[in-house]
Write a protein that binds this ligand. Structure first.
Ligand code: SAJ
Length: 423
């Protein structure tokens, strides 16, 4: 198919922001990225099918409900499902555009696990036709778009850049702001060929208000990994600094605030460690791709992975002051105001304290429901604040920011996020 024809098939309007009611999109993976992406596209007028291997996810979405916590997503999903613009299904179906949004976890030895990308690519392959656009949004190691997606998704006899179009457009959204950032952030689009890049660019320009920047597939893959590695290195610097400051009995946040007043210094905040499924994972993809060239990225990962141990040690030292310490652990999720426990240092620290049999440990996280979590009992914030002699702030949820300083007055406090200082 000629390139201009194929573009015409996926574009409906001249200004790049018109709706495309006739264009169908199949989003593979209805998780933290796939469901918001599918819903936004459906809201823009695309006819969207969302594929998930989990029957409960498919049923939930088809009821117009959601299985993840994300501001305003419930309202959007309800509207697009009711309007018959989004339908969840178990297996891919033919579409004009396929978007792969599946997990790219790492293995126990910190190597990328691309099995979900491979499975998704193989699953769409029987439905791929000439003119189709296939996009990988999952954060992926260099060359995944070519070596995995193109290899398994393109049917024999079709040539990328001529018959079908394959590109990487890494998701860059911040959990908690996904619906806003998926539309407003600049996007980086890299195709296997210039024609693939142009086709993917035109698609993103139809619903993104940020700029759509074009490059090659491998450069787009590297760009995403570099963004998250940069943040990891910066946070590692802050975490190392906080350990140093502990030695001198000074407040790391104060030092950082003061240093950041310099016009060319911008240090991020220390915390209990770095969690989530992105920043704590993606740098390892770069280390795995080129171990000999990435000593800084590896060391930053090791510093951040070591931070929970430092917090546990500090809590154990302080708890030794009490005969029968009651330790309240506030927050289990990997960051504030999300319900995501993946790679959470707060959860690891709480687990370690529970294992240490140092005293009674009361865990509390208002964003985690008992149905979602059964590993150990959760306690209400009121109970923790009433009973704990030592309070460890691990995740800075809104509910914890609002705790009155007078309630904490009588307690020993370990504030790993620096939210209660200066009060
Ligand atoms: N953290 C700190 N100190 C800070 C900032 C964060 O300790 O100053 C911790 C958080 O508590 C959390 C972890 O780092 O445990 C990661 O949180 P985050 O808010 O920095 O990032 P994520 O993982 O939620 O989302 C990141 C974002 N990447 C960048 O900001 C470069 C997001 O834009 C990406 O789309 C997302 O990764 C992703 O999906 O890759």
């Amino acid at each position: 198919m000629a390139e201009s024809d194929s573009l015409a098939e996926t574009r409906a309007g001249g200004n790049g922001h018109a709706l495309f009611p006739a264009t169908s999109v199949c989003v593979v993976g209805l998780g933290y990225i796939g469901l918001p992406t599918a819903s936004i596209l459906a809201g823009k007028g695309y006819q969207v099918s969302g594929v998930d291997v989990r029957e409960d996810v498919v049923e939930t979405v088809n009821r117009g409900e959601i299985h993840i916590e994300e501001p305003d997503l419930d309202v959007l999903v309800k509207a697009v499902v009711a309007g018959n613009r989004l339908k969840a299904i178990r297996e891919p179906q033919p579409a004009d555009i396929f978007i792969i949004c599946v997990p790219t976890p790492f293995t126990a030895d910190r190597r990328p696990d691309l099995s979900y990308v491979e499975k998704a690519s193989r699953a769409i392959q029987p439905h791929v036709k000439p003119g189709n656009l296939i996009i990988l949004e999952s954060t992926s190691p260099p060359r995944t778009t070519e070596d995995v997606v193109a290899k398994y998704a393109i049917p024999d006899g079709l040539t990328p850049g001529i018959d079908v179009f394959v590109a990487h457009c890494p998701e860059r959204v911040l959990p908690g702001r996904i619906l806003i950032e998926a539309v407003e952030n600049d996007r980086v689009v890299g195709g296997l060929t210039p024609a693939c890049t142009r086709k993917a660019r035109d698609f993103y320009q139809s619903f993104v208000t940020g700029e759509v920047l074009t490059t090659t597939a491998v450069a787009a893959e590297l760009t995403k990994l570099v963004e998250n590695s940069f943040r990891d290195v910066n946070i590692a610097f802050a975490n190392e600094l906080s350990i140093l400051c502990d030695k001198f009995g000074v407040d790391a946040w104060e030092i950082i605030d003061l240093a950041n007043r310099h016009p060319r210094v911008n240090i991020l905040s220390p915390g209990p460690g770095v969690g989530g499924h992105c920043i704590s994972v993606d740098p390892w993809f770069l280390v795995d791709a080129a171990p000999e060239s990435t000593p800084l990225i590896r060391t930053a990962r090791e510093v951040n992975e070591g931070k929970p141990k430092h917090v546990v040690k500090k809590v154990l030292e302080l708890s030794a002051r009490f005969k029968d310490p009651v330790i309240g652990c506030l927050g289990l999720t990997y960051k504030a105001d999300v319900d995501d426990l993946r790679e959470s240092p707060s959860l690891d620290i709480t687990r370690e304290l529970l294992r240490s049999s140092v005293g009674e440990v009361l865990a509390c996280d208002p964003l985690i429901s008992p149905e979602q979590f059964s590993e150990f009992p959760l306690h209400s914030l009121d109970e923790v604040l009433k009973r704990a002699t030592l309070v460890v702030l691990l995740t800075d949820h809104r509910q914890f920011r609002e705790i009155s300083p007078t309630v904490l007055h009588e307690k020993v406090v370990v504030d790993t996020r620096g939210i209660w200082r200066c009060r």
